[in-house]
Write a protein that binds this ligand. Structure first.
Ligand code: ZN
Length: 160
């Protein structure tokens, strides 16, 4: 069976950044199981897997626009320390969720200077080209229910 929309694909994968550093890998663990055509995985990864079959190995580099997006300098803001009410120790590298007018936003503290804290709302992988090393382990038809929900059920998927 071939990977296409409305199929469920199981893959083993390793993803690396531009320096060849491994960011994430399923090696030694469960495969990544996803519904094709339902935006369960980044667009660029899905595109290179369409048409592939069980046992195929694929290595592909995905540009930022089809991965976690371009880096947006406007996502960086300076906020006063006072805004972190209830948080005891603000440290560089801390991640938290802020309520904004556009809804909840994930922020990472990138710098602290005096009473001002610099936060970055970009995804940590924004602006990065990602190289995927993938082996296709299994492909099956999605059930009607999975298609209706837009995600995989059962093994490797939602348990509900
Ligand atoms: Zn469901």
């Amino acid at each position: 069976m071939t990977i296409a929309a409305n199929k469920v694909a199981s893959i083993q994968y390793t993803v690396m950044d531009e320096e060849g550093q491994i960011i994430d890998s399923s090696e030694g663990g469960e495969p990544l199981v996803f519904l094709v055509g339902a935006q369960n995985v980044i667009q660029g990864l899905e595109e290179v897997l369409i048409g592939k079959n069980v046992g195929d190995k694929v290595k592909a580099t995905v540009e930022p626009a089809k991965a976690y997006g371009e880096y947006n300098p406007e996502g960086v803001q300076e906020v006063p320390m006072d805004a972190f009410e209830g948080v005891d120790d603000i440290e560089t590298g801390m991640a938290f969720t802020a309520e904004t007018e556009q809804g909840p936003m994930n922020l990472i503290v990138t710098a602290i200077e005096g009473d001002m804290v610099t936060v970055d709302g970009n995804h940590p992988l924004a602006g990065k080209a990602l190289t995927f090393d993938v082996t296709v382990e299994a492909v099956r038809d999605a059930t009607d229910e999975e298609m209706a929900h837009g995600h995989v059920h059962g093994e490797g998927g939602h348990q509900h």
